[in-house]
Write a protein that binds this ligand. Structure first.
Ligand code: PRT
Ligand code: ZN
Length: 296
């Protein structure tokens, strides 16, 4: 019997840049979530799991402590947490392809920069002191870190620091503050993590089911089903061109001896250029269709 104790707990950002995409990923994986953004928890109606809506900064702690078995969080937050701990209590399972950004060194236009050595002896404002310290150490540079919890881009104007180390996605915020990006300290995206705390057998089984479904969604995002016709001489050239396709199905075409239909799942993006190459190699009636669900 499934009791409350066998439910999985999944920590998601309550409101912010990762919230919508995190919920959407779970919905794509077939989990029916109660709507409404104001509650702190929501049950999944058709799977023994409960969502916990928290600040993103708390997600690594909750998962490491085992309060939540799974979580979705940015690598920037996760890495900063890991570097502040003696031992990481979580395991990274998958990169999720959203929430992409980079932690970058930036400074006002007038400040010269030829490489990390230009940071020596300077003051750098950041909300990521552990990640920045590691970057400085790796580059053999000594600088003074000024830790701020927000509005880091204001630090140069307030003369708190000459440089900043902050997250950038479009770069519009840097530009609006008269700053230019100089170096990348970390590239980040949202990731799925699980606790390293042992789970009992019932929960471990449910956890395995959850991972399979999420991996299925991630695999379908890029994948396409491709169908085309080709003559036997062209088959080898054509199957070599199919991106990320293993063992395509080849079926004889009725009434056209020496001609075949090729069906394949392509696990990489299929671009127009690929279709043009396929056509040039002798393929005809090429169809590329999205895949809705896939279980690997
Ligand atoms: O309330 P809570 O603590 O949960 O949320 P938060 O305010 O700490 O985080 P939130 O929602 O802003 O971001 C959550 C996560 O989204 C981050 O930890 C990153 O992993 C990821 N992410 C992706 C970003 C950005 N892109 C991003 N652009 N986080 C922050 N930014 C900031 C950036 O620092 C800049 O100040 O957004 C501003 C605009 O960026 P530009 O370059 O597009 O102008
Ligand atoms: Zn936060």
């Amino acid at each position: 019997m499934l009791t409350d104790r066998t439910r999985l707990h999944i920590a998601l950002q309550k409101s912010g840049r990762l919230s919508d995409a995190s919920r959407e990923l779970l919905r794509d994986a077939g989990f029916r979530i109660q709507s409404g953004k104001n509650s702190l928890t929501a049950r999944v109606e058709n799977f023994p799991a409960e969502l916990m809506f928290v600040r993103d900064d708390d997600i690594p702690t909750f998962v490491s402590d085992g309060a939540c078995e799974f979580g979705i969080v940015g690598q920037n937050v996760l890495e900063e947490f890991a570097l502040s701990q003696a031992e990481a209590g979580y395991q990274m399972l998958a990169e999720l392809g959203f929430g992409r950004c980079s932690l970058k060194i930036a400074a006002p236009e007038a400040i010269a920069y030829v490489g990390p050595q230009s940071l020596a002896g300077q003051r750098i404002a950041t909300s990521y002191p552990h990640i920045l310290r590691r970057f400085l150490m790796q580059n053999g540079v000594d600088a003074t870190l000024v830790t701020m919890n927000g509005a880091v881009e204001l630090a140069p104007r307030l003369q708190i620091a000459s440089f900043i180390c902050d997250l950038v996605s479009t770069g519009a915020t840097l530009e609006a503050n008269g700053l230019r990006p100089l170096d990348t300290v970390l590239d980040s995206q949202a990731v799925l993590i699980r606790t390293r705390r042992p789970m009992d057998k019932a929960r471990a089984n449910i956890a395995a089911g959850l991972i399979i479904r999420i991996e299925g969604v991630l695999a379908t995002k890029e994948s396409k089903y491709i169908m085309l016709n080709a003559s036997s001489e062209a088959l080898k050239r054509i199957t070599d061109l199919l991106p990320g396709a293993e063992a395509p199905t080849i079926l004889p075409l009725h009434g056209r001896p020496g001609h075949f239909a090729v069906h394949a799942v392509c696990q990489e993006s299929v671009f127009w250029e690929t279709l043009e190459k396929l056509k040039a190699a002798g393929a005809s009636a090429i169809l590329v269709v999205p895949i809705e669900k896939m279980m690997l």
